[in-house]
Design a protein. Structure first.
Length: 53
């Protein structure tokens, strides 16, 4: 990953106490692709854990 991506991931971890995962496109892929629903479920689970403490 590039320097900018690494900086963003590190800043999210330190400032926001948030784990950011960057998903790269597959080689040759163009345009927008909807992520699988499981990503939405995982995101909601993490958010609900953060606010339950």
């Amino acid at each position: 990953m590039g320097d900018t991506t690494d900086m963003l991931v590190g800043r999210c971890a330190t400032v926001l106490n948030l784990m950011l995962t960057v998903i790269r496109r597959s080689n040759g892929q163009t345009g927008f692709v909807v992520l699988p629903e499981r990503w939405i479920v995982e995101r909601r689970a993490v958010i609900s854990r953060q606010f339950s403490d």
